[in-house]
Structures are given as structure tokens and as C-alpha cells.
Design a protein around this ligand. Structure first.
Ligand code: ADP
Length: 476
């Protein structure tokens, strides 16, 4: 763990194993921190806040730009580490490292524009001045599915704003977190400003984060259940909260869409990270007139995907995070099949050729999916593309919106009117229009409803770490 500028063991001395999800092999051990470690990390962040928040935005930007350069120069090694620890194919890991580094450059630039306003008053002898200041110590809890970019998306803006922080990474991917901390340390982040606590059991750490009055903001990315739990606890200390949670993205193919292009997009998007992404489509609404063409191309593309160890050439789909994840996907597919869904491809675990040592599920297409199936309602987080055929164009937005989640949605149409009407009517915060990658450091990312609170990236991502302070000034 990294506390107050030192790499340290857990106070209680324990460690836990990190394993490769493709092979089951142990690839490292990290300290198993507890509440006392979390409190020591918060104390360090609290002590460092006065001096770090007093640095200029220009100095902080220089540190972030150095970290951006270091991350890019180490991209190949970071990608190999990520593939070994998290499982995604090496090329996808490489792409994630670039995306992760982009947040550091973006927030270095945004941080230089932290300013205030000079505001009018109804009194001729009064003026108002606002400034934006860092919120204070930030506690961060991050997931395993994007184990580097989900860190920089929080640490970049927090550091640019002048906050200090304590981060607890997912227990499945602490080695990527350590590698990110190495970069910040080398880039010149002073002792105490960033602190890393690793733990096999996240709950006691979460309890300390959400009850310690020195923590002024909690930022979390992960499941909706845990996000709600932590946001509820953080309310007790009135901490500012950002939570980026689950999704159940609709992917709408309109009658006038290029069905083949849409199917290619769906195949590329759905199986990214083996479907373990909060913006992964979970209901593919395809108009009846397009269904044969769409399902034909989708199934062909899925049939061409190679599943295996992400380090091997040509592999496009890696393992799932653990066996629980495989069992959940399997149960959703069995439920759908039992209720009448077709399974033109996939639908089962993969065990041949040594894959039984890891956690693999075959890329799967489900057809004839209906609202009574679990997959229609619950997030899958796995390599399953559920196709729902619809007839009534006027009803498809209602069907798409029929979920408590509100993160990403996708629309395929050749009509500007249809696209923009859907963009306005979909109750989701990120909409891909004939586009399967609506993500960038420069845009606000986050969800509505059960998908969360707050935005990361864009200029909104920096506001999450700033307080606005106002002065009323008398000229009398
Ligand atoms: P998943 O089910 O995809 O692993 P989680 O929401 O359980 O998603 O995990 C996301 C992050 O939340 C991880 O860092 C995990 O350790 C952490 N986490 C899970 N449960 C708790 C909890 N009760 N308190 C604090 N952090 C938690």
C-alpha cells in the first residue's frame, strides 16, 4: 500500500493473492489493509491538503502532464500487466492505457482554467466575487473492469483541483493500481497527496471512508447495489458523492438503418471486455424488417471471435472476472432459453484447450428475447447479445426507457429527425448515434436513475472536486 509517500505493509501484516482470470495462476500478493490502514491514509491525505491545495494550478498541471507522458511511455508494459491481471485482450488493454492517460492531459488543461466570477448585485454599492476551491480529502473506490482508466478519471481531476486522496482499488486488480501510483510518484506528486489502500474485504474500508469527517467527497464506480449502499452511508457525514454504476443499454435499430453496419457495431461493442462494461448493450431492439439481416451478420461476426487468453495473438474475447460472473451469465442464458429464446451461437461455458483453468463463456447471441426473461431486466456483464424484435416504431423508445438504469443507449438510423428525436427522448445520459464508442476524456460520462450521480470527464468532471465560495463586497 502507499501511505504518506511510503510503500508499506498492512498494519496487521496480512496479504492476499491476485490471480490471472485466464489461467487461475497467482500473479502476486498485496497487503490486506483494514480500518486502521484506511485511517492512516486519510490522516496523511488530510495533513497534505494544506500544502497541495496551495500549489498553483500550473504546478499541478505540470505534474499531471508528466504522469501523462510516463503512462504513455509505459503503455506496453501496463497493457501486459492489465491483460495478466484483468484478462482483456492485449490490444484492448493498450487502448485502455491511452484512454487512461488522456484523462491526465485533459484535466491538466482543465485545471489551468479553474477561475471564478465577478457578479452584479441589486445594490449599486455592492459586488460579488466567486472562487472555486478544492473540496478536500477525496475517498475513491474503483472497479476491476477498467483497472487503470477508472483510476485516472478520478485521480486526474482530483489532483488538478488541488484535492488529496485515498484510493481503494478492486480486490481483483490491485497491481494495476500500484503501477498507476508508481507513475504519479515518479511524476512528482508529494508525500501524502495520494494514498493507496488495498484490501481483500472492501466493506470495513468503505465504512471508514464514509464515516470519517476528514473525507469531504466519496467517488465510486461499481455496481448499483454497492453504490447505493455507500452513497447512503456517506449521507451521514454529508460527503459530496459521485457514483458511476450499472447500466442496461438499449441498442435500437430503426427500419431505415444500415442493418449490416449496425450488426457490425453491435458485435464490436457487445464483446468488448467480454461484455464487462457498464455501457455494454443489454437489449438490442431490432425492427422486424431488419431482423434477418441483423441477426445474420451479428451471428457471423460472433462466430469469427476467438475467445481465450488475452495474451495470445488473435484473441478478441478474454475471460470473465471470476466464476461467479460465469455462473450469472450461464443462469441468464438458461433462463432465456427455457422461456423460448433462440441461441444461434454460443450459450455455454468454454473449457476445452485449457480454458477450464480460467473463467470463460462463449460469445452468445440470443434471439426472440422478451420482457419476462431475466436478461431483459438485469445487467448481464458478460458476452451475451440479447436481440428483441419490435414492430412498432412509435413504441420503441418506451420499451428502451423501461428500465431503472440510465447510462448509455445506442441508435442506428439514417434519418436525422429520428436520431435527434431519440436523442432527446431516451432517458439515458450517453447516446451513441450510429456510433459505438461515445466515450472520451473530453465528454461528461455518468448516468441517470440507477446508473448513478455526477459526471466524470469533460469540464463537469472537474466541478465534482470543487466547491464554489462567494464573497459579497461592499463598496460603501
Ligand atoms: P462488482 O460486483 O462488479 O465487483 P462491486 O460494486 O462489488 O462490483 O465492486 C466495485 C468496487 O466496490 C470494488 O472496489 C469493491 O471492492 C468495492 N466494494 C464492494 N463492496 C463494498 C462495500 N460494502 N464497501 C466498500 N466498497 C465495496
Amino acid at each position: 500500500m502507499f501511505i504518506n509517500g511510503e510503500w508499506v505493509d498492512a498494519i496487521a501484516g496480512g496479504t492476499f493473492a491476485v490471480t490471472n482470470p485466464a489461467t487461475g495462476e497467482e500473479i502476486g500478493r498485496v497487503p490486506d489493509g483494514g480500518p486502521d490502514d484506511a485511517r492512516a491514509a486519510i490522516a496523511a491525505a488530510d495533513a497534505a491538503f494544506a500544502s497541495w491545495s496551495a500549489t498553483t494550478p500550473f504546478e499541478r498541471a505540470d505534474v499531471l502532464l508528466k504522469a501523462w507522458q510516463l503512462m504513455n511511455s509505459r503503455a506496453d508494459d501496463l497493457a501486459k500487466l492489465m491483460t495478466t491481471e484483468q484478462g482483456k485482450p492485449l490490444r484492448a488493454a493498450r487502448t485502455e492505457v491511452t484512454y487512461a492517460a488522456d484523462f491526465l492531459r485533459w484535466f491538466a488543461e482543465e485545471g489551468r482554467r479553474i477561475g471564478g466570477e465577478w457578479l452584479p448585485s441589486g445594490r449599486s454599492d455592492q459586488r460579488f466575487l466567486t472562487v472555486r476551491q478544492p473540496v478536500g480529502v477525496v475517498a475513491m473506490v474503483t472497479p476491476w473492469n477498467y483497472p487503470i482508466s477508472m483510476l485516472t478519471r478520478k485521480m486526474g481531476p482530483a489532483l488538478a483541483a488541488g484535492c488529496t486522496l485515498v484510493l481503494k482499488p478492486a480486490e481483483a486488480t490491485p497491481l494495476c493500481a500500484k503501477a498507476v501510483f508508481d507513475i504519479f510518484v515518479e511524476a512528482g506528486v508529494p508525500a501524502g497527496v495520494i494514498n493507496l489502500v488495498t484490501a481483500e474485504d472492501p466493506k470495513p474500508i468503505g465504512d471508514v471512508f464514509t464515516s470519517d469527517p476528514r473525507v469531504r467527497k466519496l467517488t465510486f464506480t461499481g455496481s448499483t447495489a454497492v453504490g447505493k449502499l455507500l452513497a447512503g452511508k456517506a449521507a451521514g457525514a454529508l460527503q459530496r458523492v459521485s457514483v458511476e454504476l450499472g447500466g442496461h443499454a438499449p441498442f435500437i435499430v430503426y427500419p431505415d438503418a444500415d442493418a449490416e453496419n449496425a450488426a457490425k457495431g453491435a458485435a464490436a461493442l457487445k464483446f468488448l471486455n467480454a461484455g464487462q462494461a457498464c455501457i455494454s448493450p443489454n437489449r438490442l431492439f431490432v425492427h422486424a424488417s431488419q431482423a434477418d439481416a441483423f441477426v445474420g451478420t451479428l451471428t457471423k461476426r460472433v462466430g469469427a471471435l476467438v475467445t481465450g487468453n488475452g495474451m495470445d495473438d488473435g484473441v478478441g474475447v478474454g475471460p470473465l472476472v471470476n466464476d461467479r460472473a460465469v455462473a450469472k451469465v450461464e443462469a441468464q442464458v438458461e433462463d432465456a432459453a427455457a422461456k423460448g429464446a433462440g441461441v444461434p451461437i454460443g450459450g455455454h461455458r468454454l473449457t476445452d484447450g485449457g480454458l477450464d483453468r480460467g473463467h470463460f463463456f462463449a460469445p452468445t447471441v440470443l434471439t426472440g428475447v422478451t420482457p419476462d426473461m431475466v436478461v431483459y431486466r438485469e445487467e448481464t456483464f458478460g458476452p451475451v447479445a440479447p436481440v428483441v424484435v419490435y414492430e412498432d416504431v412509435d413504441d420503441v423508445i418506451r420499451m428502451a426507457n423501461d428500465t431503472p438504469y440510465g447510462l448509455a443507449a445506442y441508435v442506428y438510423t439514417e434519418s436525422l429527425k429520428t436520431a435527434l428525436s431519440a436523442f432527446e427522448a431516451l432517458r439515458f445520459a450517453i447516446i451513441g448515434i450510429n456510433d459505438v464508442n461515445p466515450t472520451s476524456a473530453s465528454i461528461p460520462f455518468g448516468g441517470m436513475g440507477d446508473s448513478g450521480l455526477g459526471r466524470e470527464g469533460g469540464h463537469e468532471g472537474l466541478d465534482e472536486y470543487l466547491e464554489v465560495k462567494t464573497a459579497g463586497i461592499s463598496l460603501r
